[in-house]
Design a protein around this ligand. Structure first.
Ligand code: PMP
Length: 401
């Protein structure tokens, strides 16, 4: 939709925008340095030489590919090193890595539940979890975003006829930058006896004083949650996914999830980079504090400029709501011309009338870069609201809602 709007109205295509450098606080697009808010390098590990050196050393030692599935062709010590660290990070028995975060959800959810079960998920859950849920064959129910009273109503009415109920939420929502009330979810879990799965793709390193994720925010233990899922591609500056939990859970997934049994192991270099980043996360918690400072600064500046940042808690993800997708695309292009890379998000990532510019912050952004980006965003949106784009929005807007 964003692409079609852009083509029809003479705007540059915002999709597949080419970054010519590492995705971090500064990037280069079309040969020009820009302040980059389009990458998930939340703590700066993608720009840090240490995980890169660990990856290079792993390539020298193990080669580029792990060649085959671990079940049949064996694993490398770096896989277990990373998984033991992930398990320790969550305070649970064990963890298992996969080649893709998206693939982890798609593969793991149908392994755990099936036709006689029910999955109840937050309506803002990531596509990977909803695809996994659909493939599982379980009955599906969803509740309005972060509305745990709605969840409880579903639990009251609906779970008795099923073998098991799985509730899926995110620890830090990727489109809105808000968090669930995990303490209440754990209470509901105790009352209704469902399995609770938390996708911590954007929680790890960003939420909680030392970046332990959403459980740290609520003072919960890792074992209060049945299934932790996450990706290596955000804070850990690598690529791949993981699940962490009890020995029983990991054993089932190891031997039954198609992404474990029938897919190649995570590339050793990617495991090594994530392993090193996880060490750095523990050793340098000041990065987490800096990221959260920058997030709060963004929200404060946005408030001063009257920008709508939705429910963002002010960590690594801050949306600036435009409502109209044309405004999001046009604003993104104007910002790029001013040296700021912030990408527009439209349907189906978000509801059709809830388009936005999405800013990913990193601990490497300076305060000045944040102030500059927010001030320019406010200027650009004000200008566009008084320009021919506004005509277009008025003409097309009602059809979108
Ligand atoms: N879960 C969530 C909440 C995500 O936002 C994403 C990707 N943005 C994924 C899973 C998939 O992870 P990956 O991109 O590492 O495959």
């Amino acid at each position: 939709m964003l692409r079609a709007f852009s083509a029809a109205h003479g705007l540059a295509d915002p999709t597949f925008r080419e970054l010519e450098t590492r995705g971090s606080a500064i990037g280069r697009i079309d040969g020009k340095d820009v302040v980059n808010f389009g990458s998930y390098d939340y703590l700066g590990f993608n720009a840090d030489p240490r995980p890169a050196a660990a990856a290079i050393a792993a390539v020298r030692l193990y080669g580029v590919s792990a060649s085959a599935s671990r079940l049949t062709a064996g694993q490398r010590p770096i896989h277990r090193s990373l998984e033991r660290k992930l398990a320790r990070h969550y305070g649970v028995d064990d963890a298992l890595s996969f080649v893709s975060g998206h693939g982890t959800n798609v593969s793991v959810i149908p392994t755990l539940v099936g036709k006689n079960d029910v999955i109840i998920y937050d309506s803002h859950i990531h596509n990977s979890a909803s695809v996994g849920a659909s493939l599982s064959g379980a009955s599906l129910r969803s509740f309005a975003h972060n509305d745990l009273s709605a969840l409880e109503m579903i639990l009251e009415e609906n779970t008795s006829g099923y073998r098991a109920a799985l509730v899926i939420v995110e620890g830090h929502y990727s489109m809105d930058g808000d968090v669930p009330d995990l303490a209440r979810l754990v209470e509901l879990k105790r009352k209704y006896g469902f399995w609770l799965m938390v996708d911590e793709a954007h929680g790890l390193g960003c939420i909680g004083t030392t970046g332990k994720g959403v459980r740290e925010l609520y003072g919960l233990r890792g074992t209060d949650i049945d299934i932790w899922m996450g990706t290596l591609s955000k804070t850990l500056g690598s690529t791949g996914g993981y699940v962490a939990g009890s020995n029983a859970l990991i054993d089932i997934i190891k031997y039954e999830a198609p992404g474990s049994v029938y897919s190649v192991a995570l590339a050793p270099a990617l495991a090594a980079a994530a392993d090193c980043s996880l060490d750095l996360l523990e050793a340098e918690p000041e990065r987490v504090a800096r990221l959260q400072d920058r997030g709060r600064l963004f929200l404060d500046c946005a408030r001063m400029h009257d920008l709508d940042t939705g429910h963002s808690v002010g960590s690594s993800i801050v949306p600036v709501m435009t409502g109209n997708p044309i405004l999001a695309v046009a604003a993104s292009q104007s910002l790029l011309e001013r040296g700021i890379n912030a990408l527009p998000i439209g349907f189906p990532g978000v509801p059709v009338n809830a388009a936005r510019l999405r800013f990913f912050l990193t601990a490497e952004h300076s305060e000045d870069q944040i102030r500059f980006a927010v001030a320019e965003t406010a200027k650009v949106l004000a200008q566009l609201r008084n320009s021919p784009v506004a005509e277009l929005m008025r003409a097309i807007g009602p059809k979108l809602t």
